[in-house]
Design a protein around this ligand. Structure first.
Ligand code: TYD
Length: 215
């Protein structure tokens, strides 16, 4: 049986990685027969990580927006071929920290390349593959940036500041409108445990529905 593909989305500091770490432990205990894989974009293998270093390097201020979009798509392609597709073929639950919607919100909307244009290059990269479920962690950028503050050196995207994060959030909300059946909005302004609880519920629903349990 084909696996289940879930992506997590949100602006920087939305708390998706923290929530995932907490929830993943609980899910592994609950579903001992399933294999869970945690992945992240950009990255996930040698080549994709190398592309990640180029994209996020704070020294590369001259990077053109289309170059940036193409590099994300390239990294996505390599991750898909080397990691995602084989894992899904093996029936695993793959939870990916960011996927195509990040490109639609960050490059398509916030970098003003156009959501449709960025979707087009990503369709080429992914051959149309979309997550079965996407959890979008919605949060005010003021709070998001507050959370990111203590994390040390900022990457090139994090250095963009409040108005950029605000634009990314707007972009995400447009993407949510476009794919209401795939994307679930999570209120990420709540505390860590509350957010983790909602995430856990949504993931249990999706897993039970996909693997035919709890019917
Ligand atoms: P990362 O440190 O992985 O961010 P986070 O921990 O918030 O997930 O860095 C990824 C950065 O790249 C983040 O600022 C979002 C951005 N990004 C895009 O702009 N487009 C994309 O397609 C992806 C996958 C990420």
């Amino acid at each position: 049986m084909r696996g289940l593909f879930i992506s997590l989305e949100g602006i920087d500091g939305s708390g998706k990685s923290t929530a995932l770490t907490t929830v993943l432990e609980r899910l592994k205990k609950r579903y001992k027969e399933l294999t869970f894989v945690q992945s992240r974009e950009p990255g996930g293998n040698l080549i994709a990580e190398a592309i990640r270093e180029i994209i996020l390097n704070p020294d590369y201020k001259a990077m053109d927006a289309r170059t940036e979009a193409l590099l994300y798509a390239a990294s996505r392609r390599q991750h898909l071929v080397e990691n995602l597709l084989p894992q899904l073929d093996q029936g695993k639950v793959v939870i990916c920290d960011r996927f195509i919607d990040s490109s639609l919100a960050y490059q398509g909307y916030a970098r003003s390349l156009g959501i449709y244009n960025v979707l087009t290059i990503n369709r080429f990269a992914t051959e149309g593959l979309l997550p079965d479920l996407t959890l979008y962690f919605d949060i005010d950028p003021v709070l998001g940036m507050e959370r990111v503050k203590g994390r040390g050196k900022k990457d090139r995207l994090e250095e963009e500041g409040y108005s950029f994060q605000q634009a990314v959030r707007k972009g995400y909300l447009e993407v949510v409108d476009k794919y209401p059946e795939r994307i679930v909005v999570i209120d990420a302004s709540r505390n860590v445990e509350e957010v983790a609880k909602v995430v856990e519920e949504k993931l249990i629903q999706a897993i039970d529905c996909h693997y035919g349990k709890g019917e």
